[in-house]
Structures are given as C-alpha cells and as structure tokens.
Design a binder for this molecule. Structure first.
Ligand code: ZN
Ligand code: ZN
Length: 549
C-alpha cells in the first residue's frame, strides 16, 4: 500500500517533534476569563448626560466607570425604531430587527391580525403573579444572544440571569436558555418570572419580596438629593414642558409619593421615580449573593437594566430637575453596586459594560419655543386621511393598522380586487409624503429590492423585517413625534435617539476613550471575542478594534 506523500511527511514531522521537549499547557497559561460579566443598560440614557451632570456626580459611580474604564463616546444605534424591546435585543444579539425580528415593543401580527407584545408568550404562565404580565418569554426573538452563546459554550455551566423593572428589559438580554429572568409586578410591588424559566420563585426571591421594599421606597416624598438651587443644568422645576401627576397642581418637588400613589398606578409609581433604580440595584446585589454569581470556574452573566430614566424622560423630559435628580441618584446606586462587586468578586475578575437601549430628544414644545424646528404629528389623522384617499381611489380603505410608523395594508382585499400591491404601496406613499411632519416614506417593495448604505433609509432597512414589518415605513422630520406636549419620546433615526454611552470597565480593560464611531451591534461581537466564544447566530456587528486586539 502506497501512502500519499503528504501523510509520510506528516508522520516524519511528528517524529521530529516527539524528540523535542513537550510544552504542557497548564491552567496558568490558559486564556484568562472574567468570573462575572455585568451588563448594565440604562433605559433612555443620552451619551451627553455623562458630561452634563459630571460636576455633580460622585467619584465612585459614573465617574469611576469613565476614569477607570474605556468610554466609546460615539456609540450609535444602527436601525429604527429606537425603542426599548428592539434596543435590549440588539445589544445582546449583536444584530438589528431585520434579523432578530423584535421590530418594536408591540407590533401588528400579519398572521393573526392582532397586536403582539414583543415578550408575549401565551404558552407560559406567570410565576409569583396571576396577572397577564407574567405571560412572558423571549420566544419572539429569532436569534441567539451573547448570553445564550455563553451558556452553550460552557456546556450550561455559566449562569445567566436578567433583571429589570420592565419585563422585556430583563427577558431579551437573558436570552433563550437563561437560568432566570425577573421583572417587576406593579400590582404587588414584587419581582416575578414565568413558567418559561421555573415553576416556583426561589426562596431567596420570595424572601426579598417579603421585605416589601417598593412599599418602603414609596412611603416617603421624593425630594431632591441636593438643595434644589444647585440643579443649574436643568430648566426651572416649575415649567410647562412637564406632565403634572394626578393629585398635583404643579410638576414640582417634593413629589408626595405616599399621597400620589393611589391615583398614579399604585406600586407602578416607583417606575417613574429614582427609587425604582434603587430597588433594581438592591435586587441585583441579592441575585449575585444568592445565586453565587462569579464563584465558579465558569463565567457567569448578570444583565441588569435600569428602567426609571425612561419613565422619567417620558414624564418630565431630558432638561427637568426630575431627570437630573434621577441620574444623580442612579450614580449613587451604581457606586454601591460597583463597591459590592469589589468586595464580592474583585474588580479584576468582573467585566462590566454600561450602555443604553436608546436616547431621547428635547421636549418638542420646548424646542418650538426656542424657535428650533420641531413639531407634533397626529397619527390618527394621518391614518384617517390615508384611508379616505384609498377609499376614493380603490373603493376600500385597504389599511389594517398604522403602528410604529408603519402602514399594514390588507393584502387579501388587494388580491380580491385584483390590485397590484406595489402600485398601492406607491400610491399611498405619495399621499403620505405630503402630510405635515413627514420627511420620507419607503415602501416594502423598495426595501426588498434596494440596498441602502447610509442615512435614515439604511436605518429603516435595518429595522425592517420582511415577515413582520408593514408595507410602508414613514419617517418624521427631526424633533417631530406623535406625543403629548409634555415630556418626550423616542424611536427616530436621528442622533438624539441613536447616540448612547458605552463604557467597558474591569477585567482586562485599559483606561481610555475614543470618538470613533461604533455601533450598538458591536457590543455582542466584542464580548464574544473577549470571552473566546461564538458570536450570536444572527450577529452582524464587529468587534470594537480598540478593545480587542
Ligand atoms: Zn427604553
Ligand atoms: Zn421610552
């Protein structure tokens, strides 16, 4: 039998090496890895808050992250809509709604003709609650997360847990094979989960709930942390751009929480106060302690999201004393969490990153008073006018829904009437283009047939999922939205919504900063390279070059 020449060469080479001293790889020169990764997402955090409140921050919260970590100062979302569900999913999957399918918080389901919530799952039940808020899971996310990949790569030895007041902000980051995700039940003030993860709350979660911390936090008025005259970064406390809570006559401090609670959502009221951050921080510390995170040979992962800044932004806006106070208090909560991590695990063994699920614009009515172009669209009127136009043109209103700035057309009627779908989309688009506040309109046909490389059209394409998105995507002018004239909202492709902070800190992270543009989808790819594991299966982001060599 003749051996192929390459095999003979191989055997010969192996023999040569057999005589050389053998270098045995030991645990000490295996690639190092963190004991724990803590992913922190601040809901509705603009990157400029770091600088805006810098002088008021303590030295051991945000400042510690920036001064000891690496600050990617030009991190951007690369799709629309910039909402919470897609935001958290994109951070952890390393891709955009086009691929992971979480196209919004709620969307019109073309198959059932009903509205679907992003974390809705009728196949599961609540654990710790009988409310519908318990029927939640990550089942609507079509791809794996970095946390899923960590579990798979460690043969399920790594523990992964997600927590937040908002269910979607706990569930999407934790992924499909998480050990647990816990979120807040505003009807009881407790942390709950669903049968997707477990049959019963662990005893330590039950004990935590028994402490009734939400009730305690809400038993005192919300006063400013510092004397109110020191909030010079914000508008006067009493201004017309803020929502007035039921039972108050002005939107001013102190907000008497015990008195206001009953009329303003009961225990849900903690969501729109900084004490919701403190409650999340308290729970995060209990998770780490009771689940022994960071104490085994495998890398564990805790995904924490702080939801209150989003509620406070919607209620009072980015330039309110309320939002400033929220961030000053969040700074203290972060400091406490970092200090706990020092003691419990040690900074060199914990990898922390902090980012946001989207940012937010100034209150449009405030911008209008400053003579900055801004405005309010009326989506109800847009929908009504389009339906009337289509009724006159085609003899049917043809629209099933207008949600997330997407029109869903009635394909069945279009087929029955022997109309051309593309032609109807174009006709409707031309009509919509002329509506007040509309900047551009894209049809699904255009998105399916053209590849956009930059600008808002690129972002619309990255947010467009052919199976789930509508027939026509509408973009509004900068600082235009369908919202009340108090507080603000988000969702646009403009930098006020897309530009967020990103800070890496702790294990193997050198101090520094960069203004180079990176994308939110790069976070999961960077983590995969740091942890030497697979990218999430739909990942379209790239590792950030100055963080991983
Ligand atoms: Zn959000
Ligand atoms: Zn929001």
């Amino acid at each position: 039998m003749k051996y192929p020449i390459t095999l003979i060469a191989c055997v010969f080479t192996l023999n040569l090496f057999a005589q050389a001293p053998v270098k045995i790889t030991t645990a000490s020169n295996a690639p190092s890895k963190p004991k724990l990764v803590v992913g922190i997402v601040v809901d509705q955090m603009r990157y400029d808050y770091i600088y805006r409140y810098w002088d008021k921050f303590g030295s051991d919260g945000f400042k510690r992250l920036v001064n000891e970590g690496f600050f990617c100062r030009n991190t951007n979302f690369n799709y629309v809509p910039t909402y919470t569900g897609p935001g958290h999913t994109s951070i952890y999957t390393g891709t955009t709604p086009a691929v992971h399918g979480i196209i919004a918080n709620d969307w019109f389901d073309k198959k059932t003709g009903k509205y679907l919530y992003c974390a809705e799952d009728d196949a599961v039940k609540g654990v710790g609650t009988s409310e519908v808020e318990g029927m939640r899971s990550p089942v609507n996310n079509l791809t794996t997360t970095i946390t899923d990949e960590l579990r798979i790569s460690s043969n399920m030895k790594s523990k992964v847990i997600g927590i937040a007041l908002k269910d979607r902000a706990a569930i999407m980051p934790a992924g499909h094979i998480a050990n647990a995700a816990y979120w807040y039940d505003g009807s009881t003030g407790s942390f709950i989960t669903s049968t997707y993860y477990m049959k019963e709350l662990p005893s330590w979660v039950q004990d935590f709930n028994k402490k009734e911390l939400a009730k305690k936090y809400l038993s005192q008025p919300w006063n400013t942390l510092l004397p109110i005259e020191q909030y010079t970064e914000s508008l006067p406390d009493d201004n017309k751009y803020e929502y007035i809570a039921k039972g108050e006559t002005k939107p001013v401090f102190p907000h008497n929480l015990p008195q206001l609670m009953a009329a303003n959502g009961g225990f849900n009221m903690i969501r729109s106060t900084p004490f919701g951050n403190s409650l999340t921080k308290d729970f995060a510390i209990e998770v780490i302690k009771n689940e022994n995170l960071g104490k085994s040979a495998a890398t564990d992962f805790l995904a924490v999201s702080f939801s209150p800044p989003d509620y406070i932004g919607h209620t009072y806006g980015p330039s309110s004393v309320e939002q400033e106070d929220d961030y000053l208090r969040l700074d203290k909560d972060l400091a406490e969490l970092l200090k706990f991590l020092d003691k419990q695990i040690g900074k060199k063994d914990v990898l922390v990153f902090l980012t946001a699920d989207h940012a937010a614009p100034e209150v449009p009515s405030y911008l209008m008073d400053l003579k900055v172009p801004a405005g309010y669209v009326n989506e109800e009127k847009i929908l009504k006018d389009l339906k009337n136009y289509l009724l006159i043109t085609y003899g049917d209103t043809l629209v099933l829904s207008y949600i997330n700035q997407q029109m869903y057309l009635n394909h069945k009627v279009i087929v029955d009437k022997k109309l051309e779908l593309q032609q109807v989309q174009e006709k409707a688009s031309q009509f919509l283009q002329n509506m007040a506040g509309v900047s551009e309109v894209l049809t699904a046909s255009a998105l399916n047939n053209t590849s956009f490389n930059e600008g808002s059209r690129y972002l619309m394409q990255k947010g467009y999922n052919a199976n789930r998105s509508g027939d026509i995507l509408v973009n509004y002018l900068p600082a235009w939205m369908d919202f009340s004239k108090t507080g603000t909202s988000h969702g646009s492709p403009y930098s006020y919504d897309t530009h967020v902070p990103l800070i890496f800190y702790g294990w193997n992270i050198k101090q520094g900063s960069s203004a180079e543009q990176v994308y939110i989808t790069d976070i999961a790819a960077t983590l995969a390279m740091m942890l030497n594991i697979q990218f999430p299966n739909g990942c379209t982001g790239k590792p950030i070059s100055f963080l991983v060599k």
